[in-house]
Design a protein. Structure first.
Ligand code: KG4
Ligand code: ZN
Length: 321
C-alpha cells in the first residue's frame, strides 16, 4: 500500500495506490478559486493553504480507501519541480509519516509522476512509448523506454502549452485556469474563423509566444463589441493552432524515435479537441491528467526508496534539472 502526496502547485492531493497500480482513493483539493482573482497562483498563499488542507486531505484519502496509517508500506511525495514553499508542505508531511511509521519514502519528480499516470490500472500502458507531457509549466516530448525514466527529445522554447491556454483565456476575458474554459467555449466556435500561426521551430521543440501574440492583436483589432461577438471563434481558432502544433510534433517525434506508441499526459491532455485529434494515442483518464497524487504514488512504485533516518535530509527543488 502506497500513500502518494502532491503539493507542487495549487492542488493539495493525497492518494492510496496498491503495489500493482490499483487506485483505492484519490483526493484533490483545488485552490484554483483562491487564486482566480489574481489571475495565477500566488506562491505564499498556496503554501499556507496546503498547510491547512494536507491533514484533512490525507485523512479523507485513508477514509475513502478504508485503510489505516498502519497499513501503508511506502510514502511517495513530489519533490519538484514546483513552488518551493508548496513542495515543502508535502515533503515535511511525508517525512513525518515515514519517520513515525519507520517506512521508506520515495522522492518523486513531478514530471515522472505525470508519465506514471499511464501505469495505473485498470488498463496500464507499457513502455516503450513517446509521451507528450503538456501542463501549465511544461511542454515536453519524452522517449519512455522503461518505467521510472525518460529521455527528453523536445521542449518549449518559451511558454508551456497550458500557459498558452491560460494566457489566451485571459486575453479573451475567461476565468483562470483557462484551459478548460477555452475548451468549452471553443465547441461553439469556428476553428477556421481566424488564422493563427503554428511556429516553425527546428528539431522537436515548440514555441507558443507567436500564437499568443497573434491572439492579442486579433483581440485588439476587434475592440470590445467585436470581441464579445467573436469570442467563441477566437477560442476555437486559438485552440486549433495549439492542438495542431502539439499533435504534429508528437507524431514526428514518434517517427524519429522509431517508437510506434504515443501517449499524452498532463493537464492539457484533458483538452477534448486534442483527445479527439489523437485517436491512436494512449491517454490517461481525465481525472489523472491534471495534478493528483495517484500518479505520484504510481511513480513511487518505480523509484528508489529512501530509508529512515536518511530521508530526513530530503529537500525540494524548484525547476527541472
Ligand atoms: O498538469 P496540471 O494540472 O498542472 C501543472 O503541472 O501545470 O496542468 C494545468 C494546466 C493549466 O494550464 C490548464 O489550463 C490546463 O492544464 N488544462 C487544459 C484543460 N484542462 C486543464 N488545457 C486545455 N484544455 C483543457 N481541457
Ligand atoms: Zn502537473
Amino acid at each position: 500500500m502506497i500513500l502518494g502526496i502532491e503539493t507542487s502547485c495549487d492542488e493539495t492531493a493525497a492518494a492510496l495506490v496498491t503495489a500493482d497500480g490499483r487506485v483505492l482513493s484519490s483526493i484533490v483539493a483545488s485552490q484554483a478559486e483562491l487564486h482566480a482573482s489574481y489571475g495565477g497562483v500566488v506562491p505564499e498563499i498556496a503554501s499556507r493553504r496546503h498547510l491547512e488542507l494536507i491533514g484533512p486531505v490525507i485523512r479523507e484519502a485513508l477514509g475513502e480507501a478504508d485503510v489505516g496509517l498502519g497499513e501503508i508500506m511506502r510514502v511517495g511525495v513530489t519533490r519538484g519541480p514546483g513552488l518551493i514553499g508548496a513542495l515543502l508542505v508535502g515533503i515535511s508531511t511525508a517525512k513525518a509519516i515515514a519517520w513515525a511509521r519507520s517506512i521508506p519514502l520515495v522522492a518523486v519528480d513531478h514530471l515522472q509522476g505525470h508519465v506514471a499516470s499511464l501505469y495505473l490500472g485498470p488498463a496500464p500502458v507499457e513502455p516503450p512509448f513517446v509521451c507528450l507531457l503538456a501542463s501549465g509549466g511544461h511542454t515536453l516530448l519524452l522517449a519512455v523506454r522503461r518505467h521510472g525514466s525518460f529521455e527528453r527529445i523536445g521542449t518549449t522554447l518559451d511558454d508551456a502549452a497550458g500557459e498558452a491556454f491560460d494566457k489566451g483565456a485571459r486575453l479573451l476575458g475567461l476565468p483562470y485556469p483557462g484551459g478548460a474554459a477555452i475548451d468549452e467555449l471553443a465547441r461553439e466556435g469556428d476553428p477556421a474563423a481566424f488564422r493563427f500561426p503554428i511556429a516553425r521551430v527546428p528539431g522537436l521543440d515548440f514555441s507558443f509566444s507567436g500564437v499568443k501574440t497573434s491572439l492579442l492583436y486579433a483581440v485588439r483589432d476587434l475592440g470590445e463589441t467585436g470581441l464579445a461577438e467573436r469570442r467563441a471563434d477566437l477560442a476555437a481558432s486559438y485552440q486549433r493552432a495549439i492542438v495542431l502544433a502539439l499533435t504534429r510534433r508528437l507524431r514526428q517525434a514518434a517517427e524519429l524515435a522509431g517508437i510506434d506508441r504515443i501517449a499524452v499526459v498532463g493537464g492539457v491532455a484533458a483538452n477534448s479537441e486534442l483527445r479527439a485529434a489523437l485517436p491512436e494515442a494512449a491517454l490517461a483518464p481525465l481525472w489523472l491528467c491534471t495534478d493528483n497524487a495517484a500518479m505520484i504514488a504510481s511513480a513511487a512504485r518505480f523509484g528508489d526508496p529512501l530509508p529512515v533516518p536518511e530521508v530526513l535530509a530530503l529537500d525540494a527543488y524548484a525547476s527541472a534539472a
